[in-house]
Structure formats: C-alpha cells, structure tokens
Write a protein that binds this ligand. Structure first.
Ligand code: SF4
Ligand code: SF4
Length: 420
C-alpha cells in the first residue's frame, strides 16, 4: 500500500517503520474473518484492514478525528489478524505507532483522560494496586455480586468453587542434577504479584523439582505493557528501562532464562530488543534480555518429559491467551504439557478469539469486552468442565467474573498433579 507521508511526520523513525509495514499490506481482507471486533460490529473500520487504512490517512494528513480514534480504541491488540495474514503484516507494531501519533492529535473527553491517567498511576505499581485490592477483598462479601466477582480471592485462585482435591499424583522424574546448579529469573508482574501470588509460588516448586532455583529481581518493576498500549510510550519506556536495570545484574550472574507466567508481560519483554534498538545505552542489554525471555510453557516443556501418565479424572477446558498464541506465537505447548500430566482437555471452539480482557480493554470498553466474554465462557463451559485454565493474569481474572468454575493458571494445576 503506497503512502505519501506528511512532511511534518517524515523525519520520525517510527513513521518510517509504519510506512514499511503499510507497504506490506496487500489489502486482501483475509484478516477480517478472525477479528473479534469486526465479527461483533461488522464495520470495516473496526476490522484490521480498516484500521490500517485509518493509520495510513493519519500518516498522510497528520490529523485524526475523535471518531477515527474510537475505531483504534476498540482494537483489542489481540493480534489474531497477524496470525492469519499471508503477507506477514506487523499489525501490532503498526497499531502502537498509529495510536501513539493519534493520541497526540485528538483531544479526548476529560473524563476519559482522567480515567486513563489513573489506570497508569495505579495498575503498574504492585504496592498501589494492593492498597486498593486489600480493602476490596475485605469488603467483597458486602458488595453487589456483579462487582464482587471482579475481585480476586485473597489466597485461593479466582473463582467461586475450589478445584476438586482428588488428583492422582504423577511422579516427576527430573534429570539427575545437583540441586540448584541452575537458576532462572522469574518476573513477578505487577497485577499478578498482587492478585494471584499462587502462580509464581507453584512455578517455584516445579522448578525446584528440576534443581532450578527461582530468583527474583529486587523491587521488580512493571514490564511497561500497560502504559505502552495506552500510548504513554515515554512512561512505558521508563518502566522498561527500570526493569532492564533490575534484571541486568542477574543476567550477569548467569541466569539461564527469564520467565514470565503472565504471557501479556512475556510478549512485551520479548519485544524490548526491538523497542530499544536505537537506544545507545540500552540496545545491548534489551536485546540480551529479550533473547533470554521465555514463556513458562517454553521452559517446562524441556523439563517435563513425555512418558506414561496416570490419566486424571478432572475435566479441564483451556483458554490460550492471545498474547501467547498470537503475540509470542507459542501454540500447542501448554496443551502438550497438560497432556503429559495425564489431563485430556475438553474441546473448545473459537480458541483463536480473545476473551475481551486485553490489558485495560475490559475496563475501557466494557460492552464489547462483555460480549466477547459471554461468547468465550459459553465456549469454555459447553462440555461442563470442572476447571478452566489459562496462562495470563488478565484472562484469568476476566474469565472468573463470568463463571462459577475455578479459573486457574495451568501451572497451578501441574503443581497439584506433580507435587501435592
Ligand atoms: S493485514 Fe494482511 S490479511 Fe489483512 S488486509 Fe493486509 S495483507 Fe491482507
Ligand atoms: S488486533 Fe485483534 S481486534 Fe485488533 S484488528 Fe487485529 S484481530 Fe482485530
């Protein structure tokens, strides 16, 4: 797609990147069939191709309207369109560039601006988030059900029923290794560390069984994803630099990998190398950190060998997060791990579709997020599972608002099967 860049924008390096991405789009429209917002709204401007067109106009005219911004706001950044695009269009990157330029050319309504500002001042800071979460958890029984369901429990995973306890155990047979010869750096995540601390605790125990010591960066910062996707790129980069600085000494100590149990954080950290490629102070460190970063499934698949597994009686439905399947392009790995643990997963329709969580999307676009959630939960519940598992904190909390089933990180399920 040929774009004549406005002269005021031409010097910007990100605009050159955007222009190159635009050139790779052949306008075939194949992506529309998998786009959740196009499926719900049926409007071309709420499809990937339509949004690409809007960004092209922005780059040519150096102007954007509030109405056009709404179409960009409605995008989930789920990147399902990337997965099916035959031309390899880097839609996610283009959208981030387009949104960032658009944000500075459109005057949002004051309420929306304040709300977005508050989100960036609370969610990425575990201390502040906990400060809000703890009283909410205490007063949860007094709140209306619709609100109470959005608040995760204090020590148990979100959901309103516990997972049945009668798991036959499998035996973990780690390779014979001297205890703690290896170490991996676990990213704590901001929301996850406050809302579901069980997840990383479960992973610590599993790693321990393989002689891998879990280490943490002191006072670990947010990965920057939330600010980045809200078009606050400068603040996002501050978070990212801080996290790089905190991880760097441990990289020097020889950690084998940097692991995230929240695929939404993992996808962002894997992109640091690209985001800092022009930064003379951070390019090398960011590239190294991205190269070391793995989703937890990519690590465990190498440790948990295939072998005879005692079949588990529990009926489980799995939701693969978009940030894992479309963002990190990691597919089928969690399913294999669960299979190796003896779980036969129930079939789920439309696994490529987003659940509507998408970072802050469920807060900023509650109507669309709610419609996607209804569709997701009915697909997950159709064969009456006893538990739903997923691999990203956002999906986990969002899905738990709509179901009475326990919603767990799949790592917790493996921990119970192998180590309880
Ligand atoms: S993004 Fe890809 S699939 Fe969508 S219109 Fe462009 S080339 Fe076609
Ligand atoms: S990222 Fe998701 S919601 Fe956005 S255009 Fe692509 S498929 Fe549609």
């Amino acid at each position: 797609m040929q774009t004549i860049i406005h002269k005021a924008l031409a010097p910007l390096s990100e605009v050159a990147e955007a222009e190159e991405i635009l050139r790779s789009c052949v306008h075939c429209g194949l992506c529309s069939a998998t786009c959740p917002t196009y499926q719900l709204l049926g409007d071309e401007l709420d499809s990937p191709r339509g949004r690409i067109y809007l960004i092209k106009i922005l780059l040519e005219k150096n102007q954007f309207s509030r109405r056009s911004l709404q179409h960009l706001d409605r995008c989930l950044t789920c990147r399902a369109c990337e997965t099916v695009c035959p031309s390899g269009v880097e839609y996610g990157k283009l959208l981030d560039i387009g949104r960032n330029l658009a944000e500075r050319r459109v005057n949002r309504f004051i309420g929306g601006r304040i709300f977005r500002w508050l989100l960036t001042r609370v969610v990425p800071f575990p201390g502040r988030f906990k400060l809000l979460l703890i009283p909410a958890q205490i007063f949860k029984p007094l709140l209306p059900a619709v609100l109470a369901r959005r608040i995760p429990g204090r020590s148990t995973p979100p959901g309103h029923k516990k997972v049945p306890e009668e798991f036959p155990q499998q035996s973990l047979e780690p390779q014979p290794k001297e205890h703690y010869q290896r170490s991996m750096l676990l990213l704590t995540g901001c929301v996850q560390s406050a809302a579901t601390p069980n997840t990383n605790r479960a992973l610590e125990r599993l790693l321990d069984a393989f002689g891998i010591r879990a280490v943490y960066a002191a006072d670990a910062a947010c990965c920057g994803a939330l600010d980045y996707h809200l078009s606050q790129h400068q603040t996002a980069r501050k978070h990212m630099r801080r996290l790089i600085d905190q991880c760097w000494p441990l990289v020097g100590d020889g950690v084998e990998a940097i692991i995230s149990t929240a695929s939404g954080c993992g996808v962002q950290v894997k992109e640091y190398g690209d985001l800092f490629k022009d930064d003379p102070d951070y390019a090398v460190k960011a590239t190294k950190i991205s190269a070391l970063t793995r989703d937890v499934s990519e690590v465990l698949i190498r440790e948990i060998q295939a072998g005879p597994a005692k079949p588990q009686s529990i009926r489980v439905a799995y939701h693969p997060p978009c940030s894992l399947q479309h963002g990190q392009k990691v597919t089928g790995v969690v399913e294999t791990l669960l299979e190796r643990a003896g779980i036969s997963l129930l079939p789920v329709k439309e696994t490529h579709l987003c659940c509507g969580s998408a970072g802050t999307y469920s807060i900023l676009q509650p109507k669309l997020a709610g419609e996607l959630l209804d569709r997701k939960v009915s697909n997950l519940e159709v064969d009456q599972p006893e538990a739903i598992v997923t691999g990203n904190i956002g999906c986990q909390l969002h899905i738990a608002t709509k179901t009475d089933l326990p919603v767990l990180h799949w790592v917790e399920l493996l921990e119970r099967i192998y180590l309880d």
